[in-house]
Design a protein around this ligand. Sequence first.
Ligand code: NI
Length: 184
Amino acid sequence: MVREILVWPHPVLKQSAKPVAHVDDSVRQLIQDMFDSMYAADGVGLAAPQIGELKNVIVLDTSPRQEGAKALAMVNPQIVKLEGATTYKEGCLSIPGEAEDVDRAAVVTVRFLDKDGAQQELTAEGLLAIAIQHETDHLKGTVFVDHISSLKRELIRKRMKKVQAFRAEKKAEDEAPKKKAASR
Ligand code: NI
């Protein structure tokens, strides 16, 4: 099911997510909802807090922009090694329409549980390495604009307040006819 993606600076996006104790059907359902929401928004990564769930779960699919990549779901991801350095113009589904250069490690090794609860380890480079760092940041309540200058961040904050207001207005309009129908 496609879920609503929260827009920064929503307070949930500043909170730390919690480890998942057991990878059960509810976690697998969350993973499915995250993939549905990410693909619907044309994203290459999504973290559970972005749909309001403070759980250590991320999904990634960089295949539209990276040859050989595939869809990945990671429960309780832990970055165990960072190597090299790179800069990439990052965006975020919670910060629509914005992109800024962020400095990251070039190669990342991550340990995680897959959707069956099995321990996995993966070393990634290119866009996937950046996406893993970006999405695991979300689990700590950090977004990419926390890595840029405060001047740029405050300008983006102003634009996002407008996006939030516009979406709230649209939601109210969409719900108005439903309420009318229900009261009949
Ligand atoms: Ni993001």
